[in-house]
Unconditional design. Sequence first.
Length: 267
Amino acid sequence: MAKLLCPWELLVQECVAARGWLRPSKPVAANVCPDVPGAPGGTVAFSAGYRHTCGSVLAVLAADVAERSAHYLLDGPAHRTECSNNPDLNEREMHLEIREARPEDAEAVVRVLNPIIEAGAYTVFDTPFTADAEREYILRFPSRGIFLLAVRQADNQVVGFQSMEPFAGYTHAFDHVGVLGTYVDLECRRRGIAAALFQATCAAAVRKGYEKIFTFVRADNPAALQAYLSQGFRTVGTALRQARIGDTYVDEIIIEKLLVEASDGAV
């Protein structure tokens, strides 16, 4: 039986193949992507001609892995999808319309969200949402909130969304902080959807007076963390045993992004 590769192994394999570094003879084993957050230890075979430059080769490979992982679904690793199999939608970055969510989008939103929840590995949500519940959520969404959809122009299908709400309503001390969630259709990952949403959400957040975005990422979801970091977020710390998924406790990584320069020039 053929070995099933984990998502990181597939990603490394993809990056190595893109560089043309794999050769059938005289392989040289080397550690792969040691500096990429969440990447497991492992080896990859390089041709003997790269023996003397292995260090620089690995540095380039690590950068490739980090860049490509930023295009992964923020709530999970990549896999072969209907999107990639559809010749009409087989562009690396599909043409998208980014627009505000409306109550009539509720069914489309839960079609994206519920499979992610049901997978049980990417988010701390544990119960799928009904379209009625989502419609009510959109209707009652805070006036300062930001709820943006990524709509594929080829067929007008919602393929991802971001929602950001004020951090707290019990004090004005946190009015400048928003809490963000990001979700991309399991069938349409690595198509620039998340990047387009981040750009639009951050711009809207500044217009609405936000200065900072705050969120949590499951510690067992390194691709999600890397995607956020690639968009200018930074790690604040780790909340240990923050979520309990079934009988398993999961740590969460706390991350933030400053949208406005501080008085001391720090960002």
